[in-house]
Design a protein around this ligand. Structure first.
Ligand code: PLP
Length: 392
């Protein structure tokens, strides 16, 4: 039996580059960057260098980078920045999409419940893509923020971000993108792509967990998010996670440095899976066939429960997911698949296989050999499948 880790959209293994950058920060360079002594100043230099290098990777200036405790925090902060700016101008309308991560949807819901936001959620259609014309039509005089995720975490579709950003820039509306699944996997240039705010997270590109960043264009006034000391230019207090930040930036440099080769390799693995799994009867690929991340494959198979499939796959050494890691344990079907217009009973039978450059063709062969048998086994036990087969 092979062990296949195919849940890289949930989290990734830490790369050697990230580990090598982190280790000295735990041993020799453990100073507090706010201290004036030498170890403190050495830690501050690590932080400065990481900020500058991260800025370069996104085509931003170091002053536009704010380190956070991950992608969720960056998403929350982006909403609060827009809300603070909007409150001064009497703008309380927020536009996002039906299939954003809960870090965005729950933050917007909370604002709306308090009466501080009116939220429009754009349709993502059957192919999992926002239509630029529908965004243009949804923008109002009082729109405070448009937030559209760069790549969806469950189905992997890539939105037309430069086009959406151009519409917002032309209409004078702030544009945020949750790029947590995209950074390190597809080329991102915040200036060229008209992005005002961008969230990223270290553990999605072979960096450590619990560390991320918010890019905020210099023209946008940043509301402080966590009160306390003067860290992050007084906007996000708390002693910085120096090892995490150093590891995250080293991981991103490594990923961006090999992006073309990694993307070619991972797309080839993905396409092989898509081709083979498409042969399984009563299955469907979710999301646009081409406009997708190199590493995410998402299928629904009729007549089975995603959770049962995951358990059987796990017994066979294959780690996968039936949707977002954050909703596993809940029996509700994924809001992402429902947003594509799938009926509940089909959305329940979903499987996400998410790959990285650490996966191999032999692993794909193993998945392709193993999966159809498990699906058949589950269908043989399923009264739902019996009804489907009888055409009832
Ligand atoms: N946004 C998206 C699209 C994600 O996929 C995730 C994590 O799965 C997050 C935000 C949250 O990031 P973090 O786990 O760093 O808080």
């Amino acid at each position: 039996m092979l062990n296949v880790y195919a849940d890289n959209a949930a989290t990734t293994a830490v790369s050697q580059a990230a580990l090598a950058a982190m280790l000295p920060c735990f041993t020799a360079g453990y100073g507090n960057p706010s201290s004036i002594h030498t170890p403190g100043q050495e830690a501050a230099a690590v932080l400065d260098s990481a900020r500058e290098r991260l800025g370069k990777l996104l085509n931003a200036s170091p002053r536009e980078i704010y380190f956070t405790g991950g992608g969720t925090e960056a998403d929350n902060w982006a909403v609060y920045i827009a809300a603070a700016i909007g409150a001064k101008k009497n703008k309380r309308h927020f536009i996002s999409t039906r299939f954003e991560h809960h870090a965005m949807l729950h933050t917007l819901e909370k604002l709306a419940k308090k009466g501080d936001a009116e939220v429009t959620l754009l349709e993502v259609h059957e192919d999992g893509l926002v239509r630029p014309g529908e965004l243009a039509a949804a923008i109002r005089e009082d729109t405070a923020l448009v937030s559209v995720m760069y790549a969806n975490n469950e189905i992997g579709t890539l939105q037309p971000i430069p086009q959406l950003g151009a519409i917002c820039r032309e209409r004078g509306v702030l544009f945020h993108t949750d790029a947590v699944q995209a950074v390190g996997h597809v080329p991102i240039d915040v200036k060229e792509q008209n992005i005002d705010l961008l969230s990223l997270s270290g553990h999605k590109f072979h960096g450590p967990k619990g560390v991320g960043a918010l890019y905020c264009r210099s023209a946008v006034p940043v509301a402080s998010f966590i009160e306390g000391g003067a860290q992050e230019r007084g906007k996000r207090a708390g002693t910085e996670n120096v090892p995490g930040i150093a590891g995250m930036v080293a991981a991103l440099e490594d990923s961006c440095g090999h992006m073309v080769a990694n993307s070619d390799k991972v797309s080839a693995l993905r396409d092989r899976l898509i081709e083979a799994l498409s042969q399984i009867p009563r299955g469907r690929l979710n999301g646009h066939r081409e406009k997708r991340l190199p590493g995410i494959v998402n299928f629904c198979f009729e007549g089975i429960e995603g959770e049962s499939l995951l358990l059987r796959l796990d017994m066979a050494g294959i780690s996968a997911s039936s949707g977002s890691a954050c909703t596993s344990g809940s029996l509700d079907p994924s809001h992402v698949l429902l947003a594509l217009g799938l009926p509940h009973e089909i959305a329940h039978g979903s499987l996400r296989l998410s790959l990285s450059e650490y996966n191999t063709p032999a692993e794909m062969d193993y998945v392709i050999e193993t999966l159809p048998g498990i699906i058949q086994l589950l269908r043989d036990m399923s009264p739902v499948w019996e009804r489907i087969e009888k055409g009832e």
